[in-house]
Design a protein. Structure first.
Length: 339
């Protein structure tokens, strides 16, 4: 610990809130991302991190300076997340709720009784791994498939996997964090890895995007946005894999296969909604497109959805459309675009 950090720690223990802020500020972003991975919601991550920092402030006297402040704060944040999981349960995507729809559902009603998985802004993420022994890079560890798979794990397994595979902590360190035995941690890791292996593709989106290349990725994302704006069904279909899926939380219905997806696209977004405009962006370590909709003939286009794209080969293998203007705000995008 540097001299300045040691001074800040002493002052923070004496009740200096500014000193405590200086101690935790360099770690705030990575702690927030950890809470998102645990909880599947940026909003829940906000609440959990706030609770964790409050607990850390109140319990700072229990931190032993010979250890790592970072590891201690991760332990506090993990326990705050486990309390949230116990109280609220897991979050889901439409594909978790049942089979795909065999026909297009028009004017579907949202499911308000489901805690939906939400997107995460890439701007909050760093590059590379969080530790020398980490298996996942930071952006890989927020990809939709990975975060959705984590939601199928009990809280203790979720925490053990993230602390081991994303942070690179040892089983003994995790046992201390979770106040359990190393044997229990190893058992939780084994069970968690099996679920992840069954639910997450072998190739991450990070790897798929690198293989595709920046130029082709830009063309693919721009082509999706342009096809939607023009209402060009043929151009959209040409960008999709044969087994593509399209889901739209909080709507429960989802579609699998290019025929079903295009049937939905032709009947709903391409013809029934209105005029579209788009901004290309990224979320969850994946390419994304923010959609803005104008229902009438004049006026601005207002934020409508955030479409996170999953890429395989040189095509789009999944579209996850998070409906609601709040997702544009989450990414720091405007709430409306000029007409």
């Amino acid at each position: 610990m540097s001299e300045v950090s040691a001074d800040d720690l002493t002052c923070a223990r004496q009740g200096d809130g500014d000193a405590f802020g200086r101690l935790v500020e360099p770690l705030r972003r990575e702690l927030h991302a950890h809470c998102y991975r645990m909880l599947g919601s940026a909003h829940d991550a906000d609440d959990a991190l706030q609770e964790a920092l409050l607990r850390a402030w109140r319990g700072l006297s229990r931190f032993e300076a010979r250890g790592s402040l970072r590891s201690w704060l991760y332990a506090v944040a993990t326990r705050a997340c486990l309390d949230t999981i116990e109280a609220r349960g897991r979050r889901a995507l439409p594909v978790d709720l049942g089979p795909s729809s065999d026909h297009t559902v028009v004017d579907a009603a949202p499911r308000d009784d489901v805690a939906w998985l939400g997107p995460y802004p890439d701007a909050a993420l760093g590059d590379g791994p969080l530790g020398p022994d980490a298996r996942y890079e930071q952006r890989e560890a927020v990809e939709l498939a990975f975060v959705a798979a984590l939601q199928h794990l009990p809280g203790n397994q979720r925490a053990a996997l993230l602390l081991f595979e994303v942070l690179g902590l040892s089983a003994a360190e995790i046992a201390a964090t979770m106040r359990t035995s190393t044997t229990s941690v190893n058992s939780a890791l084994a069970r968690a890895r099996k679920v992840i292996a069954d639910r997450v593709p072998a190739q991450s989106q990070r790897q798929a995007v690198r293989k595709l290349g920046d130029a082709r990725l830009r063309d693919l994302v721009a082509g999706y946005a342009a096809a939607m704006e023009r209402g060009d069904a043929a151009a959209l279909a040409a960008l999709l894999t044969e087994d593509v899926t399209w889901s739209m939380p909080p709507l429960p219905h989802w579609y699998r296969g290019v025929e079903a997806v295009m049937n939905f696209a032709v009947q709903v977004p391409l013809t029934r909604c209105g005029s579209w405009r788009h901004l290309t962006t990224s979320a969850n370590g994946q390419p994304a497109v923010a959609s803005y909709l104008r229902h009438g003939g004049t006026g601005p286009h207002r934020a409508w959805s955030l479409n996170v794209l999953t890429v395989r080969g040189d095509a789009i293998a999944a579209i996850t459309s998070f409906l609601g203007p709040e997702h544009a705000a989450l990414l720091g995008l405007p709430g409306a675009l000029p007409g």
